[in-house]
Design a protein around this ligand. Structure first.
Ligand code: F6R
Length: 599
């Protein structure tokens, strides 16, 4: 999704801004641009496609300066084009903008007489709005405070005014905007990874106007100078090198054994789960897990486990649908919001609704200080570190790890699990599962060979029952998002109720077979699809060898309760190699964004 960077200081602003834009690339974008004070003139350079195109244009124009703003755009209003790319300029005002101005139609009606609007974007209208207010009152800070009142929706905006040389302004509403300073200058960004400053304090802009000059940083609220909330940067979140791997996705899959250990280290002490909010956990009559995409799939497994182990009614909800499904009152309910980024607009909206309905909100989040982390009543962190590949891998298994701990803890609180049983389960998850995952990673060449065969297909089905079915949802998402193969996840027993008509010899079926309880039933479903010509790839432990298959990815023997961890790494590697052999842009799949900050 869109990203913002701003810099003002002693160093080359073009270099700093391009550094920031490259660091924001992982979020997904389709065009980019920067605007810099070249002397006392504001020059904008923007291009479609990769940052390299913008960089080449900056060189060609010999752009230089000490102060400017930059943007990566993920199209929401209008096609991908230079015309729609940011920065946008109207009058003396130039802006870059994340989020959506929900009342842009209304603003447009008021401003179109006065400004010649050339793009399809809401950003250009916001730019015109700020310029019109600035023209009236000639005070940049007051103009931005008034503009804030008039723009509806969540957004973050960086602004420069052509007559106030070498100054960057920032405002935001429910969308992240972070500011930092070091000996080289002042930085502003929507994402901490974009800030090339030394390890200093970071300020979070909320209701303030941030003002970055070459030698000073100030914040204003209602015209008064203020100091906003600050925090220390998590250096782990800022490390984003491929370390010799061909893709971030492959690197992040290799990190999974350590991520699970790190996540458990935070909450398991001497085999006992210690959450910072022990007492609250006994007071809920039901639980609702709300999330999007991969995080939702982790939540599906969570709902299944919590009901089975703790006997507490637990359901999952697609975050973007929650406002239509929400009950009238959620008092006595725990709303669990799972999010890697902690900035996903749909999940954040659901969190706010759940709180309004009197639920207690538990955030399961990877990014400390993110919006979900700050707005939740209680928080559990997944210690996955920065996840750069758009396709989530290590964050998913880290989310599973937390969800398992939550299920164990609730089962213990409900006296369905003894302390010793809890200790044994935690011990297994900590000591055996990371090694079992390493064993799966060790057979990656074999997984690649299998994947190469499937790289030619255009459709696929994933089938499984029980927990395997829930895993299929994530396995199927991984395949389609990075390889562009159309794939569907089905409860194995449901296929024969219509969908089996799609099975031909060209439609491979990937069966997940880790749960001994449903083994023979899934095997029957495998026979049904084989009888209709499908090529079947089975992912399972040694018992899976008993069934009929065309290819097998053999998982190490573990307690089946923990098979989702090893199976996940196997299907992530499978999807990765299929995409590799199809020549796809694995870390940045088309049309996708890492952090989806629009609803
Ligand atoms: C898929 C993927 C997405 C995210 C979803 C939620 O690989 O990464 O489906 O899981 O957009 O994102 P977060 O977890 O940041 O809320």
């Amino acid at each position: 999704m869109c990203g913002i960077i701003g810099y003002c200081g002693k160093e080359d602003a073009v270099e700093k801004l391009l550094y920031g834009l490259k660091a924001l690339e992982y979020r997904g974008y389709d065009s980019a641009g920067i605007a810099v004070f070249d002397g006392d003139e504001v020059i904008s350079v923007k291009s479609e496609g990769r940052i390299g195109n913008t960089e080449a244009l900056c060189k060609e124009k010999g752009l230089q300066g000490f102060c400017g703003i930059g943007h990566t755009r993920w199209a929401t209003h209008g096609e991908v084009s230079v015309r729609n790319a940011h920065p946008h300029t109207k009058g003396r005002t130039t802006i870059v903008h994340n989020g959506i101005a929900e009342n842009y139609n209304e603003l447009n009606r008021k401003l179109k007489e006065r400004y010649d609007l050339i793009s399809d974007t809401d950003t250009e209208i916001v730019c015109a709005l700020i310029d019109s207010i600035y023209s009236e009152i000639e005070d940049p800070i007051e103009a931005l405070e008034i503009a804030k009142e008039r723009i509806n929706g969540s957004y973050a905006i960086a602004v420069i005014f052509s007559d106030i040389v070498d100054t960057v302004y920032g405002i935001c509403q429910d969308s992240p905007l972070i500011v930092s300073e070091d000996e080289n200058g002042m930085y502003l960004a929507s994402d901490i990874t974009a800030i090339d400053s030394t390890d200093k304090l970071y300020y979070r802009v909320t209701n303030e106007v941030a003002v970055l000059c070459r030698d000073k940083l100030q914040f204003y609220r209602k015209g008064e100078k203020v100091i906003p909330e600050s925090f220390n940067a998590d250096r782990n979140m800022r490390k984003c090198e491929k370390d010799g791997f061909s893709h971030f996705m492959l690197k992040e899959i290799h990190e999974e054994p350590d991520v699970i250990k790190r996540t458990l280290d935070r909450y398991v002490i001497d085999g006992i789960i210690r959450f910072p909010f022990e007492d609250i956990l006994t007071s809920f009559r039901s639980i609702r897990i709300i999330a999007c995409g991969t995080a939702l799939h982790a939540g599906m497994t969570g709902a299944y486990l919590i009901e089975k182990m703790a006997g507490i009614p637990c359901r999952y909800e697609v975050a973007s649908e929650f406002r239509y499904n929400a009950p009238e009152d959620m008092s006595g309910e725990l709303a669990v919001i799972i999010s890697q980024s902690g900035e996903t607009a749909d999940s954040l909206a659901a969190l706010r609704i759940a709180k309004e309905l009197s639920a207690v909100a538990l955030g399961i989040v990877n990014v400390e200080n993110s919006s979900v982390a700050r707005e939740s009543d209680i928080v559990l962190y997944t210690s996955a570190g920065a996840e750069i590949a758009v396709a989530s891998t290590k964050a998913y298994t880290a989310q599973l790890a937390i969800i398992y701990l939550l299920a164990f803890k609730l089962a213990y609180k409900k006296r369905r699990l003894s302390l010793n049983e809890q200790r044994d389960l935690c011990d297994c998850l900590y000591r055996e599962i990371p090694d079992a995952i390493r064993e799966v990673i060790e057979i990656k060449e074999q997984i690649e060979k299998t994947a190469k065969k499937y790289a030619v297909c255009e459709n696929a089905f994933y089938i499984g029952r029980g927990m395997d079915h829930l895993l299929c949802e994530e396995a199927s998402l991984k395949l389609k998002e990075i390889s562009y193969i159309h794939s569907e996840a089905y409860a194995a027993g449901e296929l024969k109720h219509g969908t089996i008509s799609l099975i031909t010899e060209k439609t491979p079926v990937i069966a997940l077979l880790t749960d001994p309880f449903v083994f023979s039933k899934t095997v029957s479903n495998i026979r049904e699809v084989k009888a209709r010509g499908a090529e079947v790839l089975v992912i399972g432990m040694s018992k899976a060898e008993e069934c009929e298959y065309d290819a097998l990815i053999s998982l190490p023997e573990t307690d089946p309760l923990f098979a989702p961890f090893t199976a996940a790494v196997a299907f992530q590697l499978f999807a990765y190699y299929v995409a590799l052999h199809r020549g796809c842009d694995i870390d940045k799949p088309r049309n996708l964004a890492k952090s989806v900050t629009v609803e």
